[in-house]
Design a protein around this ligand. Structure first.
Ligand SMILES: [Zn+2]
Length: 491
């Protein structure tokens, strides 16, 4: 009887697998990457072979393509660890998509089935279909999607955030590639040769507990796994060739896929696999496998630590929901060096040999240079349609009914331009005054401070913030010399 059951199961498995399509690029030995039409076709077919995988269109791209995704349901758990993986925001970073398709194929085959005991996984293998088909960074509308997570001009970015809000993942993984072969590095004499770099958030308003857990627990696990599989790893670093400028763990801004979710206290990661010298298909098979192994490593780690990750994320999110007026939030910050230089392994562009370079200009730490106190609420003028759309776009809670007659208003005395942290910012010199008005509630909506977006709100609504909305495309009008700032604070 047992044997019969086993045979039936085996036959079912064989018959399922025989219908299972192979990832398109794999079938061609990675000679050409998977096209956007093939991504849609493959994901739809794969979902048809497995009851566990669900095909879902998450939106329509700027160029009119359906954005395909695969949602993998948990097998048992009532409250699983939710993981969102999204790849190829940048169309010229092909291996990110290919690795996601290998992972989807694995899951359809029933590999890593134990993960589904306590995890639910949503995979968006290609955020930028037109960019991919053209092998270009930007989307069909010329937008860099990974600099669009605050204003969200592109439908692709909006679709991704809609997925985030409906799924509320504990973990997000944003997959990219980096291009180490630039001229300045060649002139320097060496280039970075890490097959995968993985980074965690750098914005100091992201819960320290999450950043620390990512850095000291998840990254070493990924490094170990990659090394065992024969791939090289480094903590994600960016900057010009050594000592020509600062080397850091990327920016503090949350307009990208890593930090826009992190600022809502998500355990978030960015993957940066090495690109080909041709920025396209060179070495695509190995590039894909490196990214794939890095995914396997983090998913294994997540499965093993699911309960503690759920608790950390949910507890730190609760803290955001219970944020109080008077607490401080960083609105300007800068990277600074710690006492040790970075010993950076490079490949010599002359000899092709490994070499170790001392980076003196290493700025790994972030310190706060200006902070403000949270107000009880912000008041947003109802007749400002852009601001009202912004609230709705981010699903920020606000209400029309409230009872306050006093608020404080910033007045923009003068504006200075600055290039702090390579952001071209306009910083106002402000004074504040009290407003006492009978009918504030007829002119403004009340945006309470105790919500998931609390740190995001302070960062975008404060006029002196380096990450403020006023610094971003379409919202420059918020800051004008000799005028009041339109958003009020209730203390
Ligand atoms: Zn990228």
């Amino acid at each position: 009887m047992k044997n019969t059951a086993f045979l039936v199961a085996l036959l079912l498995l064989v018959s399922c697998s025989s219908n299972l399509p192979e990832p398109p690029a794999l079938k061609r030995n990675f000679q050409t990457p998977t096209s956007s039409a093939e991504v849609r076709e493959f994901t739809r077919q794969v979902a048809g072979t497995s009851g566990r995988l669900h095909y879902e269109i998450i939106g329509i791209s700027e160029g009119g393509s359906e954005l395909a995704s695969i949602k993998v349901a948990p097998a048992r758990s009532e409250s699983p660890l939710r993981v969102l993986i999204f790849a190829q925001q940048h169309g010229n970073e092909q291996s990110s998509k290919e690795a996601s398709l290998l992972l989807i194929h694995d899951l359809a085959m029933g590999k890593h089935a134990h993960w589904l005991d306590n995890m639910e996984i949503w995979i968006v293998p290609q955020v930028n279909p037109e960019g991919s088909d053209e092998n270009q960074r930007r989307n069909a509308g010329g937008i860099d999607l990974n600099r669009d997570h605050v204003v969200q001009l592109a439908p692709e970015t909006r679709a991704l955030h809609k997925v985030f809000r409906s799924f509320m993942p504990h973990i997000t993984i944003d997959i990219h590639e980096y291009y180490p072969f630039r001229e300045s590095w060649a002139e320097f004499g060496g280039y970075k040769n890490f097959e995968v770099q993985v980074g965690i958030p750098t914005n100091p308003n992201v819960a320290e507990e999450l950043r620390e857990f990512g850095l000291s627990r998840a990254l070493p696990h990924i490094e170990k796994h990659l090394n065992e599989k024969g791939f090289s790893f480094h903590n994600y670093i960016v900057g010009p060739a050594p000592n020509l400028g600062r080397t850091r763990h990327s920016t503090v801004d949350f307009d990208d896929g890593r930090q826009s979710f992190a600022i809502l206290n998500t355990l978030s990661f960015i993957y940066e696999g090495i690109n080909g010298r041709d920025g396209f298909t060179e070495n695509l098979e190995r590039r894909t496998h490196g990214q794939y192994e890095a995914l396997i490593a983090l998913l294994d780690f997540s499965h093993a630590n699911a309960q503690s990750i759920i608790e950390k994320v949910e507890n730190t999110r609760q803290e955001l929901h219970h944020a109080k007026a008077g607490e401080t939030v960083a609105i300007r910050m800068e990277h600074f060096p710690d006492s040790n230089p970075l010993m950076l392994p490079l490949v010599s562009s002359k000899t092709g040999l490994d070499t170790l370079v001392v980076v003196e200009n290493y700025h790994p730490k972030v310190k706060t240079t200006l902070q403000v106190q949270r107000p009880r609420a912000y008041l947003v003028p109802q007749n400002d349609t852009l601001l009202m759309q912004f609230l709705d776009l981010h699903d920020i809670t606000y209400r029309h009914e409230y009872n306050t007659h006093t608020a404080s208003q910033y007045f923009v005395e003068s504006i200075e331009t600055s290039t702090d942290e390579e952001l071209r910012n306009r910083y106002p010199d402000v004074t504040t005054k009290e407003i006492i008005a009978e009918a504030l509630n007829e002119t403004y909506v009340w945006v309470p401070i105790n919500q998931l977006h609390t740190n995001f709100l302070v960062s975008v609504f404060e006029p002196q913030s380096m990450l403020g909305l006023a610094q971003r495309p379409g919202f420059e009008y918020l800051l004008q010399e000799g005028t009041p700032f339109p958003i009020l604070r209730v203390e």
